[in-house]
Design a binder for this molecule. Structure first.
Ligand code: COA
Length: 373
């Protein structure tokens, strides 16, 4: 048995930013257009008028201040409200591969490794741009990696589930060096015209390199243990993929292919599930919460993270103990906890213990206990 370690991480951040004010301005323009177009039906009580969104609500309800997206123009066009993604030819790299590659190269550089030294690529994300061939295999080829690759989808928990899979393989010796990459193009999946959720997501890609601790070339984090759990819930889902239904009038409904949630229920049900999961994982490891120097939590909602942090530590976390990045990135699905880890781990001292935790649709929750070495 070998000891697995995270030896490098990397983040690709798109160059386009959408602030809450910009988002709300375009959303409200869409609402005004919709209400004008449907004025008669609204007046007759046949159609409900849509309501304006507000930047104050968004910040208060979520802690989000802005988000990065691959295409800003399409998202903010009140007559369109979804991104423009150029259809690529079969011979071009896919859009997920393109952003994944950037994150992988940064993670490999941090680990002092090259693509050829990788023998497992796991592309773990909420949405795949196609079912097959696996996006991971395209990334494997682009990196010049050997071995094998496969895709995993556990929604927002994909990163930690991917880390568990890779760490277990490193531990057993079936692979030597893995890259777990999370290209999250949430902007194609979000209904930007739905006031209840239009502010939630942003685009990003993250990657971590996992290899034997004995092979590490520099600073690294030993992966002590991982725990994954799932419990079925309908509160975060998309109803149709390629088997999409048509409405009785024969029109294909794009909304049915996109993200839906019952945000209140998610908040209430997931927070206790995650805190209990983390505490049980710590206990099974024989560790108490006061031994935790840092928690890198999934980044969906500041209120949720505040609750979880307080429940796990038994007190309000001190500044720096539970870094949030969602104010800048919004919810980036599986990538959120890894952005936090990548940006807020360099300063940790040898022997410091930290915990990466992601959670979301499924429901699903995954935790990884690491130690700075
Ligand atoms: N602008 C202004 N008001 C809005 C609004 C918007 N964009 N969206 C909703 N509101 C209104 C609602 O209509 C509601 O009004 P009412 O009280 O008159 O009915 C009120 O604000 C509260 O809505 P609610 O949905 O209860 O808000 P909330 O405080 O629960 O916050 C979320 C919404 C989504 C931010 C929050 O529930 C959340 O983060 N949940 C967890 C989400 C999550 O982690 N999902 C995982 C995704 S992978």
């Amino acid at each position: 048995m070998y000891t697995p370690a995270i030896t490098g991480s990397g983040v690709f951040t798109p160059s386009n930013v959408i602030t809450n004010d910009e988002l709300v301005e375009s959303f409200n323009a869409y609402v005004d257009l919709y209400n004008a177009e449907n004025a008669e039906a609204i007046a007759a009580g046949e159609v409900a008028a849509k309501e304006h969104s507000s930047a104050e609500f968004i910040f208060k309800a979520s802690g989000i201040e802005q988000r990065y997206v691959l295409d800003k123009e399409g998202v903010l066009d009140p007559k369109r409200m979804y991104p423009h993604f150029r259809q690529r030819s079969d011979d071009e790299p896919g859009i997920m591969t393109e952003i994944a590659l950037d994150a992988c190269q940064k993670a490999l550089a941090a680990a002092g490794r090259t693509g050829e030294e990788v023998d497992l690529v796991i592309c773990a994300a909420s949405n795949m741009e196609r079912a097959y061939p696996a996006v991971a295999i395209e990334i494997q080829q682009a990196l010049g990696a050997g071995g094998f690759g496969f895709d995993m989808n556990v929604a927002c928990s994909s990163a930690t589930f991917g880390i568990q899979a890779a760490a277990d393989m490193v531990r057993s010796g079936s692979i030597r060096c893995a890259i777990v990459v999370n290209p999250e193009i949430t902007s194609g999946h979000l209904e930007w015209r739905d006031r209840d959720c239009h502010f939630i997501f942003g685009d990003v890609a993250t990657a971590v390199v996992i290899e034997r601790a004995e092979d590490a070339k520099g600073d690294h984090f030993i992966v002590h243990s991982t725990r994954c759990a799932t419990q079925f819930s309908n509160n975060i889902r998309n109803n149709n993929g390629f088997l999409r239904r048509t409405r009785p009038d024969g029109v294909a409904d794009r909304r049915d292919m996109q993200f839906m949630q019952n945000g209140r229920k998610v908040f209430k049900e997931v927070v206790p599930m995650v805190s209990a999961h983390i505490l049980a994982h710590m206990e099974e490891e024989g560790r108490s919460a006061d031994q935790l120097s840092r928690m890198w939590l999934h980044q969906a909602n500041k209120g949720m993270n505040d609750f979880i942090g307080k429940k796990v530590l038994g007190r309000v976390p001190e500044k720096g103990e539970q870094p949030n990045i969602l104010q800048d990135y919004a919810n980036t699905s599986s990538a959120g906890s890894i952005i936090a880890f990548s940006k807020y781990s360099d300063d940790m001292a040898k022997g410091d213990i930290g915990l990466i935790c992601s959670f979301g649709a499924g429901y699903s929750v995954g935790s990884v206990i690491v130690e700075k070495a």
